[in-house]
Design a protein around this ligand. Structure first.
Ligand SMILES: [Zn+2]
Ligand SMILES: [Zn+2]
Length: 190
């Protein structure tokens, strides 16, 4: 069975970001025979996901909507992408989040979400740097997808390093270390 990763647009931003991410993910995950597809529809964002006091979107509510949206679709993996600042219960902001499915469900489905807002140079009042932002988007996407493949955080020079700041994201390479690659090979080929 060909395994597909579906990129699901949530709210407003340029489609070109998803088109570039699709290409980059396909290249990065080639060895696992994964295809990446862009869902033609988008999930609109509403005030329900917005926390007005924080002026940020609540990642867990967006995740719930994403999970409902793909329910019954039998997608292998779904990665939601949005351009609004998100937070989770324990963290002031996050770049992304993944559901850690129970081990026995890992083979079938998984859902993750990333926000590109804090990956953009303009968020920090700096001049836009398209190539840099695209690389960061790829890194966060690979990291969250890695979680959906059963990987935890890693202390090697590896995409699975935890990112607490943009500097952390910029420092880590856009690829898995040998230890994580071995786990991924077990996951995909055993
Ligand atoms: Zn993580
Ligand atoms: Zn690793």
């Amino acid at each position: 069975m060909k395994k597909n990763i579906y990129l699901q647009k949530i709210g407003e931003f340029e489609w070109s970001i998803l088109i570039k991410l699709k290409k980059d993910l396909e290249r990065s995950l080639k060895q696992f025979s994964l295809s990446v597809k862009i869902c033609p529809d988008k999930i609109p964002l509403t005030d329900l996901e917005l926390n007005p006091l924080r002026r940020q979107h609540d990642a867990s509510i967006v995740m719930d909507r994403l999970i409902k949206h793909v329910k019954n679709k039998q997608y292998f993996r779904t990665l939601g992408v949005m351009d609004k600042d998100i937070f989770s219960r324990f963290l002031n902001f996050i770049f992304g989040i993944a559901i850690n499915p129970q081990k026995r469900f890992l083979k079938f489905s998984g859902v993750a979400l990333i926000s590109i807002t804090r990956l953009k140079e303009t968020f920090y009042g700096r001049k836009e740097d398209k190539a840099l932002v695209e690389l960061r988007v790829l890194k966060e996407a690979l990291h969250e997808l890695g979680h959906t493949f059963g990987l935890g955080h890693c202390e090697n020079l590896c995409i699975m390093q935890f990112s607490n700041s943009l500097a952390d994201t910029d420092e880590k390479p856009p690829k898995f270390c040998d230890t994580c690659l071995r786990e991924l090979n077990d996951f995909f080929f055993s």
